[in-house]
Design a binder for this molecule. Sequence first.
Ligand SMILES: [Zn+2]
Length: 1008
Amino acid sequence: MKKTFSQKMFIASDNAKRILTNRKDRGICTSDIVARERIDAMVEYLFDKSYTPIGDLNIETAYISNEPLTFENRLTGRKRENLRVGDRWAVNTFDCAWFHITGRVPIGYEDKKVVYLLNLGGEGLIYKADGTAVQTITCFASEYAYALGFPLKRVVDDISENGEVDFWIDAAANDLFGNIKNKAIIDEACISVCNVNIRALAYDLQVLISVYDTNQNAFADKIFAICKNLLKSYKTITDDRAEEIRKELAPLLSQKNEGKQFEYYAIGHAHLDLAWKWPIRETKRKGARTFATQLHNIKKYPDYIFGASQAQLYQWVKEDYPQIYEQVLEAAKTPNWDVQGATWVEMDSNLIGGESMIRQFYYGKNFFRKEFNQDMKILWLPDSFGYSACLPQVMKLAGVPYFLTQKMSWNTVNKFPYHTFNWQSPDGSEVFAHMLPEDTYNGPVYGTSLKFGEKNYQERSISSKSMMLYGIGDGGAGPGYEHIERMHRFNDLAYMPKVTPKKALDAFKILDDGKTEYPTHKGELYLERHRGTYTTQSKNKKYNRKCEFALKNYEYLMLLAKERNIELPIKEDELEKIWKEALLYQFHDILPGSSINRVYDESVARYEKILTRLNWAINYLADKIFKKGLLNLNSFAHSGSFNIDGEWYSADIPAMGFTPVSEMKKIEQFSVNATADTIENEKYCVKFEDGCIVSLFDKVLNREFVGRGKKMGVFSVYKDIGDCWDIHPINYQKTKVDAKCTAFKTVDNRASVSAVADFKLGQSTITCTYTLTQGGEVLEADLVIDCHQKNSMMRVAFPTSIVSDECNFNVPFGHISRATTENNSIEKAQFEVSGQKFVDISNEKLGLTLINDCKYGYRCKGSVIDVNLIRSPLGGPGHNVDQGIHTVKFALYAHEGKISADSYKYAYQINNEPICVNGIGDTGSMSAFHCDNENIILESLKISDDKKGAVLRLYNCADTEQECRIAFDGYKIAGTTDILEDSVMPCKDKLTFRGFELKLVKIDRVSE
Ligand SMILES: [Zn+2]
């Protein structure tokens, strides 16, 4: 079989590895080592001889286009006729073409298995002339982790009618990994006979020799002796002779395990990144290709089980390929198709907010209920980059008891200690987690991999069962015939782990038998990799945060509007579409920044449209409901000085409420001050030197918060020779170059004072405006960065005066602590960590909270909070990432003692500033939401599915149990509910929250 240079290189190195092991560990003599290598060559030869060409396929016409065309519109592409093998058909990656293929099956092969062999130098979906999609092809040269097998798919079943061949291929000038390969040259197009016995013999030998490779016993020796014997005659093999040899081998292949053996529950899998090295539009096509391939496999192999997750992927296939989708719906009713996952997409969980996390489950589960009538029970995130501590609690509320991953095997320093374990959120919610012991979701079904997984399985002493996902993935595709053929032979083969096809939920139910005592892991699953993804492609991250707040604000106003019979500017169905699009961009290669530039060009353009529409709708509703004043859409009251139309007012805007200007107090006396190098209000006196803070003095606490002899707000650039995923950790700090201050001034704006510092950092410029307002509790900072850096990372550091072994990082529903020390390899490996709206360092006496409106990457060691602002790494897949203008908002909040609800209050205020309304509504001062405990935060709300009211998402931001009473004007509390709103449990007036607990409380409108 033809192989690319890199495939050959892989095979050579794999062989070399085996030779060395055989010599060292097994003491095998040289002649046997040579024989073993020749057996591989024999298997290769047999695969080559599995197909005998009997005629050509004619590539009559190709209709080429830059973007995809539907089957109906296929003739509108640029026409090219009489293409032949050796011709190049595409210029650019992701070019598309419809190929019209004809031919005639020669007479005399009626009793043979006739196939087509096709390689167009890309991927392709094959259509019958009537427009029915049947099968797919993937080029020889497709990029992949070759240690896991070769992704080639070139064999297509004969679909001729009375010998007449006539079909179409919707081709893509990209391989599985989004590369144009071999210049998109047509490599093969012929009609062949499949020598079924030779092919089956090749699989037999491939499996048997792996028993020899992984065992030292008489059975292995016997296999080796038989294989060696075959070396003498294989080159003259015929299909009939192959059949005879297979009969001789049959007793070996049917030798079963005696007694108990390790067992894999196996599911065919095709990990499909919804965007990565290809744009979203190609994912839609990849989805159709993958599903078509797997439906074909299911028809061929009645016991085969294939699974696919992600509601969004099914939705796309439903919209664009209804014919394939119908077959999927049918297959899902059989034991063959496993519908997996409970979320809209396989999302990132470090970078998304609380309501997003809830909606991933809400829309995901609802989709599968409606379309497949299935209640999804597994959170399926095999590839996301670390897992938020909040996931188990949200899973619990979504009725999802199981979690599957494999990503923790990617840790670079500390091996994650479990494969099967109970996983707990900080609030104590617990789910059952399983990590694939083969350390991959692209299992190759090789003997070596099966044995590796068995040995690697860390709960081996308490369980002899695990799951296995096998097939080609990342760019979709899934198992080829070879995977399934090998899987069958490993079903129960002596001395090898058993491989049993089983749907994921059935497997989970067996693993979680209620009797086995598995270990427990509490808190986040920190991935010791990909820490660059907390920062890369920062515009997407900012837009995601802005969208999350805009959606939250709109949904609250929507509730108020409904009570007032105001027509909604964005109706429920459009809102659902917006939510689903926002959830799509939270996919684990989009939001983290690990896709190609086109993905971001497209998503940023969409985010801008979505945000414009949401903000318009928010203002529209605010104007209809309220008069002139300020609207506070956070669950904390907001007190302070506000500038409205150039006048300063002091106001105390209630939680989720409105204060008209007419009820505000105009500020006549100003108590803030600025000198040449200081700004000052009632709480802080801030002193600057070279544009940086040399003193952050809290006058009330009588404490200095800048570390002794240090400066806060120092902008620096570091060499970043990593890629979009990874910061190269080795001493990157040593390459630090600090920004130079080029201008500094202070500005007095009556009730606020600002210090404006301009910096130059290489080719980049930064303007940082620090502001104190009258009566304000935080020092705000607005950054405008014009970034022009290459292979670099821009950061800003805040060395504090606070000594603490721990730092607190905001997560969707609360905060988690991580060590500021580097006392062991786990602490050291966390050289960069994720956090959301704030990070707080505090001890019994003092604390400092650093709030931001769009950042996620931090390094917090010693007493320094160091924020990753912008990465423009050396490596891709994105190139020249994050150049140009960026705006970032920060705030510092100095406080007494440990972190409290106040840090949350200011974090929400910085992220979600009051809305200035100048409307025509008649609503005056109001606050709909009341809660008597400030630790209980209303994160967001959603109109309830029964339309009687809303479901409030309330969480306790303290680590201790809290009680509260809540009220919502015009509504009564119906009880607590779940994410799917399936049932409402009556609750007492007084609600009790465990530390960091999330509760969903349903409120129903009281009829007037
Ligand atoms: Zn992935």
